[in-house]
Write a protein that binds this ligand. Sequence first.
Ligand code: NAP
Length: 253
Amino acid sequence: MSLEMFNLDGKVAIVTGCNTGLGQAMALGLAEAGCSVVGVNRSAPTETVAKMNAAGYNFLDLRVDLSDQSEIPKIIQRCLLVYKKVDILVNNAGIIRREDALDFSEQDWDDVMNVNSKTAFFLSQAVAKQFIAQNSGGKIINIASMLSFQGGIRVPSYTASKSALMGVTKAMANEWAKHNINVNAIAPGYMETNNTEALRADQQRNAAILERIPAQRWGKPDDIVGPCVFLASNAANYINGYTIAVDGGWLAR
Ligand code: NAP
C-alpha cells in the first residue's frame, strides 16, 4: 500500500461552516493534506484565515448564508473563477434548536431542516453536476450526527435533519457512484466545540455523557480530521453511501 493514495495535492475542497469548530479543523486538515480550500461562511472566518495564512495554505473566503439556497450557484461560480475546478465538498454547516416536542415551532423545524439537510442536498447536487462536467469524479462528505441513528430529546428538527442527511447520503451515493462520485458521511459523537459548550458546562449532563462514552472523553475537532482526509482521498474510492461514526464508541454501547 502506498501513502500516496491519501495525498490531496492540487485538490480543491469546498468546506461549509469553517469559521470555527469541526469545520475549521477539517478545512485546516484538508489544506495540510494538499488542498486549496474554499470556505463558505456567514460569519467572517477570522481565526481560520489567520491559521491558513500562517501555514501558507490557499484559502478563498466566501461569505454566504446557507439558509438560502439561491446563493448556491454563486459558490460554484466563485470557486471556478479562482481555482478552475472543484474536487471535494464537505457539508459541515449546521444548526440546532432545543424545545420540547409538544411546544416545537414550525420556524425551528424549517430553519434547521433548511440548513442541515435542504442546503446540503442542493449544494451537493450543484457540485455533483460540476464533477460530471469536469469528468473528474469527486468526493462529497456530509457531517451527520449521533442523531442520524438515535432519537435524542428536545431536538426533533435536528434529529429529522441529520437522519435525512444520512439517508440522502445513501441516495446520492447510489445515483452518482457511476460517475466516480463518492458520497459518504461522518457522524461525530460528543465533540468539544461552541455547539456543546453549554452541555459541557452543565456538571450533571457532562458527567452522564462521559460515563457513557467508552473512550471516557469528549471528542476534539482534530479527531474528525483523519476520517475526513481519508474520505476525501483515493483511499476511499470504493466507499459509497457509508456513515462513519467518530464517537469514542458511543454507538457501540
Ligand atoms: P458550530 O461550532 O456551531 O459550527 C457550525 C458552523 O455552521 C459555523 O461555522 C456556523 O456559522 C455554520 N452555519 C450555521 N448556519 C449557517 C448558515 N445559515 N450559513 C452559513 N453557515 C452556517 O458547530 P460544530 O460543533 O463545529 O458542528 C459542525 C457540524 O457538526 C454541524 O453540522 C453539527 O451539527 C455537527 N455535529 C457536531 C457535534 C458536536 O458535538 N459538536 C456532534 C454531531 C454533529 P456561524 O458561526 O456563523 O453560526
